[in-house]
Design a binder for this molecule. Sequence first.
Ligand code: AMP
Length: 391
Amino acid sequence: MNKKTVRDIDLKGKRVLMRVDFNVPMADGVVTDDKRIKAALPTIQYVLDQGASLILMSHLGRPKGTGFDPEFSLKAAAEALGKLLGKPVQMAPDCVGPEVEAMAQALKPGDVLLLENTRFHKEEEKNDLAFAKQLATLGDVYVNDAFGSAHRAHASTEGVARYLPAVSGFLMEQELEYLGRATDNPAHPYVAILGGAKISDKILVVENMLAKCDTLIIGGGMANTFLAAQGYAMQDSLVEASSVETAKAIMAKAGGKLLLPVDAVVADKFDAEANSQVVDVDKVPAGWRIMDIGPKSIEKFGAVLKAAKLVIWNGPMGVFEMPKFAEGTFAIAKLLADSGATTVIGGGDSASAVKKAGVAKKMTHVSTGGGASLEFLEGKELPGVAALNDK
Ligand code: AMP
C-alpha cells in the first residue's frame, strides 16, 4: 500500500482524531453486535499504547442532519467500547463546537473521547470544508480506519484529511492489502465470482474483473440476464431487459473466460415455501423462476475453483435468505473454504453468506465494507483512501 499508516508517524503526546465505523446495530439503547467496534480495536489500542489521546468519530444510520436525535446517538457505542477497553470512554454531546473542543483539549494521554454522530450535521455528507475544518481543530493527526465508509467523500472521511497529517489505521490497511490482491498483480489462476440480483449494479465490476481474472463465474439473478441474452427462456425469473444488449457485448468480449450456470433450482413463486425443482437452464417451465444454481453448475464451478490460487467473491448465487434456495451459495462458500486458494470475500451479502455457511474463519479475508469493496473492485480510487498521505 502506498499510503502512510499509523506506524509511519510519531503519535506520542498527540491528540489523534480517528474516523471509525461504529455504524452498529442497536436495540433499546444497547449495541447488539459489536463486530465493527472490535474490528477497530487493534488501531485504537496501538494509538493509546503510543502515548496519544484519542478522539473517535463515526456516523450511525441515516439521521436527518438537523441536530441531535436520540434514536441515532452513539452513546451505546461508547459504553460498548468502554467495556472492550476496560476503561471509561467519554461521550461528547456533539462532534463540533466549543464544548466539544474543550473536552478534546482536556484529554490526557490514554484518554478516549467519542464524538456524537457526524451525520447530525448536514454538512457531513456535503463534505462541507468549513465543517471539516472544525472537526480537524480537535486533533493533531487524522487516522482513517473506516474502510466501510471510504467510498464516500464526506467531511469525516475526506474533507478533514485536507487539514491534518492523514494516515490509515490497521483495518483500512488490511482491507486495501487483501482487496488489492484482486486488482494489482493477482496470483493465477485467478477466479472471480459475481452474483446477486442485478447486473446493472455490477457492470463496472464485471468489466474490471474480466480484464484481470482468468475465469469469471456469474451466478445469482445476474446470470439470468446473460442466459436470456443467449436465447434461453427465463420465464418468470428476474431478468433486466434493459441490460440484455450489455450482457451480449460482455459475453462477446469475454469469450471462454465467462462461466454461467447450466442448471438451476426453480420455484413456482418467490416464496420460502414455494414448490421447487431442478432443471437445466434451457428448460425453465412456464410460470416458474430461477432461485438458485443447480448441482451441475456447482460441480462445473467447483472444478475451476479447485485449481485456483486466488478467488474473489461478491454476491450470492441465489436467494440465500430462503433456506430452500441457499444451497448453491453455501456450496460455493464451502468450495472456497476447501480450495487452498487465497480467498477474498466482498462485504455485504457474501460476507453474511460465508458466516451463515459456517466457513467465515476459513477465508483469507472477509471485507467489512459492502459498497466500498464493490467500488474498489470496480477499479475506482476510494475518496477516503485517496485523501490519505502517500508514503
Ligand atoms: P446484490 O445486492 O445485487 O448483491 O443482490 C443480493 C440479492 O440478490 C440477495 O438478496 C438475493 O436474494 C438476490 N438474488 C440472488 N439470486 C437471485 C435470483 N436468482 N433471483 C432473484 N434474486 C436473487
